[in-house]
Design a protein around this ligand. Sequence first.
Ligand SMILES: [Zn+2]
Length: 391
Amino acid sequence: MPGFEFATATRILFGAGRIADAPAEIEALGARRVLLVTGRSGDRSAPLAASLAARGMSVVPFRVAGEPTVDLAREGTARARAEGCDGVVAIGGGSALDCGKAIAALAANEGDVLDYLEVVGRGRPLARASLPFVAVPTTAGTGSEVTRNAVLGSAGDRVKASLRSPFLLARLAIVDPDLLAGVPPSVLAASGLDALTQLVEPYLSARANPLTDALAGEGMRRSARSLRRACLAAPDAAAREDLAVASLFGGLCLANAGLGAVHGFAGVAGAMFDAPHGATCAALLVASLEVNLRALRARAPGHAAVGRFRDVAAWLTGRPDATAEDGIAWIAGLCRDLRVPGLGRYGMTVSDVPALVERAKRASSMRANPIALEDDELAEIAERSIAGAAG
Ligand SMILES: [Zn+2]
């Protein structure tokens, strides 16, 4: 077994109602004047803002209305510096968390976001530790609360790129499944399928290790038993807990074992078509798995990932004798039940496929795919994602 590294948030507090501990925990990090980064609606963050203020802390609000961008990170950093913030708390979905993470890092370092951003920027390493950063997810999808990168869109270039550094790991992640109450079913479905993808891809990844394997298996089991039920009827406390665990474990897995073709495409497609990340992953998942399995059997039949497809199938279907195909069929059925749209919904057409393939080939996630895919295989995945997840 090759050696491995595992890095995550300094502390993770998990459990229904744990959000009540947030003010004392944030104060214990030494923060007295926090930039509170929130999502589109202020509703979900209002109780936290009130409880921080009640404890005597100054709260400087900063709203992230859509997917996080270079401009938003720059604006938030300027706000944090101008207001003298000594901590950043992000509460919301992956967009708010990624933006908050970027701001906490940039506010503590000299220069501009483009000095440090990969691909479109200069990619310099961050020199100094971030401001204390606390992440509170309110959707069960991205796992951003435990990852060491922040994905930012660059509108002019129509690409997404990461800030990446061990300094981006949160000092504290508070994962409270109660915060999922009231999340719309379409958001639960897209984010839940992203979480599932972030469990499956690291398990099949070239960089999988025993620690991420253990987390991936448990996360898949919980996602399988609760995601469909949670999206088709309002989720009960047990289902919310399962979804929150699956999302957290997916974040732990992707941050330490990498991803694969789905995310290689998703970053690129999300920037080209303005499609939400979770829905993009869901639309790509089934075709990616089928093409990968076929390529492995044809070119590397003895590859460990072939057997791993059967493990995935067993966890998802609950049947120890399930075949790799059974597992993929199970995911296709889930995508149909949850009415996952294809990327055609977001404006993608067959004529976009060559550009998408060309860019996705160079994406960092693609390097962790269990086998190097040929151009025609990548094109097949992209073409099938236009029609939809079950296609
Ligand atoms: Zn993802």
